[in-house]
Design a protein around this ligand. Structure first.
Ligand code: 5GP
Ligand code: ZN
Length: 131
């Protein structure tokens, strides 16, 4: 096994658990961006949401909901930024959802400020691509 998060999922590498069930694990990020920064992973290996069976993705997002509720209860932030680095910016190639507690005035940005590429194609033209 040479996947870091598979090793965390199996317990071969220790982690501070926040939530666990038979198919998902949530644990504290070792290098937190905010107090209580938590990662939620499927125990099954898959790089992205496109690499896993549908029911694993369904289960993972239910685990994200439960974990967010738990972090909210314990850490009591003002809100959250939830996110996935999906190939771009993804350091660990095992799907993980970041749950990042947020506070008013924490100087963080929101999702609208992550990407500023814009689009040289109108929304109407892009809509046509989808039929
Ligand atoms: P990515 O950039 O892939 O979206 O995020 C990977 C995250 O995993 C980073 O926030 C990093 O701090 C965290 N991380 C990397 N190695 C470990 C580890 O061994 N244990 C834990 N708990 N988190 C880790
Ligand atoms: Zn893995």
């Amino acid at each position: 096994m040479d996947c870091l998060f598979c090793e965390i999922a199996s317990g071969a590498i220790p982690s501070y658990k926040v939530y666990e069930d038979e198919r998902a694990l949530a644990f504290l990020d070792i290098n937190p961006l905010a107090k209580g920064h938590t990662l939620v992973i499927p125990k099954m290996h898959g790089g992205t949401i496109l690499d896993l069976p549908e029911d694993e993705v369904t289960h993972l997002f239910r685990a994200v909901q439960k974990t967010t509720a738990r972090v909210k209860e314990i850490i009591k932030p003002d809100g959250f930024t939830l996110g996935v680095n999906h190939e771009i910016g993804q350091a660990v190639p095992h799907l993980h959802v970041h749950i990042i507690p947020r506070w008013h005035g924490d100087s963080g940005i929101n999702i609208h400020d992550i990407v500023r590429a814009g689009s040289d194609t109108s929304v109407e033209e892009v809509a046509q691509l989808f039929g």
